[in-house]
Design a protein around this ligand. Sequence first.
Ligand code: 2BA
Length: 147
Amino acid sequence: MFSIHSEKFLETSIMDIIIPADKVAHVQIGNNLEHALLVLTKTGYTAIPVLDPFFRLHGLISTNLIMDSILGLERIEFERLEGMKVEEVMNKDIPRLLKTDQVMKALKLVINHSFVCVTDDDGVLEGIFTRRVILKHLHQHLRKMNK
Ligand code: 2BA
């Protein structure tokens, strides 16, 4: 085990290490599943946020949820993709962070979630907090401490 002697790491503002909303791939409420699958496939991400026209967060859509929703008894019914909307299958029960939350809270959430959306008080997406950014930040911090 190691201990982090400096308070600096825990004092980091989550806003300093999130991926900002304008760099986050997303789909909009009203988009069909065909479009969502296209965005997921093109970006390479397994899950992305679902937003409304005001950039408010409504849920997450993933390749897995989409495939599961078109799974027939004997085959995957791809022809249903066009007629189904993301809001019919997205996961609404998701963890969220507020931009004022502590990095410890964010760290705990990414144990079980590969990323967590950060919103303002009105639910507008500010960015996402990913496992990669927190590990990168921790790595930089430990390297500095060992110099
Ligand atoms: P996943 O898509 O399952 O990706 C798992 C990890 O694989 C990512 O971890 C990253 O290290 C790598 N990865 C996947 N696709 C990548 C790509 N197109 N470019 C670079 N690296 C890629 P994290 O970076 O910690 O991301 C965790 C999760 O956050 C991702 O899970 C994805 O669901 C979401 N995510 C990350 N960046 C995103 C972005 N710009 N827009 C939308 N969602 C994003």
